[in-house]
Ligand binder design. Structure first.
Ligand code: PGA
Length: 257
């Protein structure tokens, strides 16, 4: 059985102090419970400090992006090795805010994925359709394109260090979550595509997260779907009580027959 995974994507939020307090509140609330995998992804400048706050706890550290080169003259960029050095186990790549606002292409995201995996990071690869694409009945086509391009050169072995996050763009930060049925259909489609690309055993093990206005109000039903293995949580990850209650929902979902 796949272990549920709840990751907080803090985006460009918090200060050094508020990030530390948020991380500490999550650690305290979890109380050492490891039944659900939990990660927090603060902004780069706070990785060390948040890393210290979660030290010795089951909470893992993740970053929100990286570059594909190891080092050198790339002003403003951060390499996967630096993230490992800062204590990260995860990196989010291909988030729709980067795809759309910063024009990141599938090819660029794939390069970063390979570099991050080579450095020993686990990659949370985000995919998802826009509202226009959904209304034009292109959801599966877009997911197919993004998953296929995202997994170029990824094998049945290396995909084991990846997580895919289905994040419909129209649901991110809008307060309008996908329904459990919509999300389940997209997750099942993604798992099938991964089975075709990397083999059924790897697809069966792949953790696929849902992201997009996942709050305690809607998360319970989402995490109970057979192909939804947790969430990549934005806004609600900034409120420790909300984040912890989503973790508790994931734990309850794992106990279901
Ligand atoms: P949201 O963001 O939960 O605030 O919609 C999710 C994400 O973008 O990862």
């Amino acid at each position: 059985m796949r272990k549920k995974f709840i990751a907080g994507n803090w985006k460009m939020n918090t200060t050094a102090l508020s990030g530390e307090l948020l991380a500490a509140a999550i650690v305290k609330g979890l109380g050492g419970d490891t039944s659900v995998q939990v990660a927090v992804c603060p902004p780069f400048p706070y990785l060390f400090r948040v890393g210290q706050a979660i030290q010795g706890s089951p909470v893992a550290l993740g970053a929100q992006n990286c570059y594909h080169e190891k080092s050198g003259a790339f002003t403003g960029e951060v390499s996967p090795d630096m993230l490992v050095d800062a204590g990260c186990q995860y990196v989010i790549l291909g988030h729709s805010e980067r795809r759309h606002k910063l024009r990141e292409s599938d090819g660029f995201i794939n390069k970063k994925t390979h570099a991050a995996l080579a450095a020993g990071l686990r990659v949370i690869l985000c995919v998802g359709e826009t509202l226009e694409e959904r209304e034009g009945n292109k959801t599966n086509q877009v997911l197919d394109e993004q998953v296929t391009a995202g997994l170029i050169g990824i094998t049945s072995q290396t995909v084991r260090n990846m997580v895919i996050a289905y994040e419909p763009v129209w649901a991110i930060g809008t307060g309008r979550s996908a329904t459990a049925a919509q999300a389940q259909a997209a997750h099942a489609f993604i798992r099938n595509r991964v089975a075709a690309l990397c083999g059924p055993p790897a697809a069966a093990e792949l953790v696929i997260l849902y992201g997009g206005s996942a709050t305690p109000q809607v998360a319970e039903e989402l995490v109970r779907q057979p192909d939804i293995d947790g969430g990549l949580i934005g806004g609600a990850s900034l409120k420790p009580d909300d984040f912890l209650s989503i973790v508790a929902m994931a734990k309850r979902a794992m106990a279901l027959p």
